[in-house]
Structure formats: C-alpha cells, structure tokens
Design a protein around this ligand. Structure first.
Ligand SMILES: [Zn+2]
Length: 180
C-alpha cells in the first residue's frame, strides 16, 4: 500500500516551532494516536475520508487545526510533512508530535484500520528514533477521551494490544517507505 499524499495548502495549520531552528523543521519525539469521533455511538457512513479531508481544508473551529495522517482499512493519507507542528492535541508539547487519525464509521473494518495505524506508527518510530513509550493516546496530552474506542477496549482491541502490534511491525521492519 502506498500513502496517498494530500498536502494541505492552508498555512494557518503550520504552527511555529517551540524552539526555533534555522531550517524551520520540527523533530518529532512523540506520536499521538487519534480516532475520528470522541463518543462511542455508531458513526454514519457519510463521515468518510472525504468528510474529514473537507474539515481539514475548511476547519469549523480553530484555524490552526490539523493532523499529519489519516488511516482507514484500505488507505493511508498524508496531509502535512512529519516535521510540521500542527494543532491536534490540545497542548503545546503535544502539537510537536506526529498526529495520526484513524477513520471510524459503519463501513470501516476496525481491525484493518487499526493495523494500518499501528504499521504507520512503527514506520515513524523508525524514521525519528522514537521509543515505544513515546507513542501516546490523545488523552495523554489533554485528557480528552481519544482514541475513544481503543481506550474503551471495544472490538477485541485495547491500548496494550495496539502497542504490542506496533512493536511487532517495528521488529519485523514492516514499514511504509513513502513518508515525508
Ligand atoms: Zn484525538
């Protein structure tokens, strides 16, 4: 599977560096795991990738809103280079992490989408030498219940199983190779 590149032109979501560098690039030291929708109710089919891509291009709230990747069961999209800071965590430090969303709706195979998210996480750990204990849920930064289903232990998944799946991909060096 190749990553579908859909790099955002909106400059509002390119946040300044906390510690300025000459090259203007952030070196991420954390990866933050998200899930679309914070509640546990069923997500309708219209909340698909196109819906979330439109929200990224035309955010309804904070104009700095962004994240780097979206995973579904069959596709992975990249919206920002991994060295860009963007507002996805509710905290300054969290916004220096790479943000990976996962699509949830009635048409998405939860298991396959989680595996894509885990493989992508392992790939970014390898790129930036990020340790497994720096792979954190959105909740870690802001207390927001995200990724809600994973934290609630639905569909035979939970946070520990996700982390051990990331480690499996990492050890097998089964990575996405086309990450910016
Ligand atoms: Zn989140």
């Amino acid at each position: 599977m190749n990553i579908t590149k859909h790099i955002l032109a909106r400059k509002e979501c390119y946040l300044p560096l906390v510690i300025p560098r000459e090259d203007g690039k952030n070196i991420p030291t954390y990866i933050t795991i998200h899930e679309t929708s914070l509640g546990l109710e069923k997500q309708p089919a219209y909340k698909d990738a196109a819906y979330y891509i439109d929200l990224l291009e035309h955010p309804k709230g904070d104009p700095r809103y962004g994240y780097h990747f979206l995973c579904s069961d069959t596709q992975v999209w990249q919206f920002l280079p991994t060295w860009v800071r963007t507002a996805h965590s509710g905290s300054t430090e969290g916004n220096s992490s790479v943000g990976i969303e996962r699509l949830v709706n009635v048409n998405i195979d939860f298991d396959k989408a989680i595996r894509n998210q885990a493989r992508l996480t392992a790939s970014i750990m390898s790129m930036y030498d990020i340790p497994i204990n720096h792979v954190v849920p959105h909740k870690y930064w802001s207390g927001k219940e995200c990724p809600a289903r994973l934290l609630a232990g639905l569909y035979d998944w939970n946070w520990d199983r996700f982390i051990s799946t990331v480690q499996d991909y990492y050890q097998q060096m089964d990575f996405f190779m086309d990450i910016d």
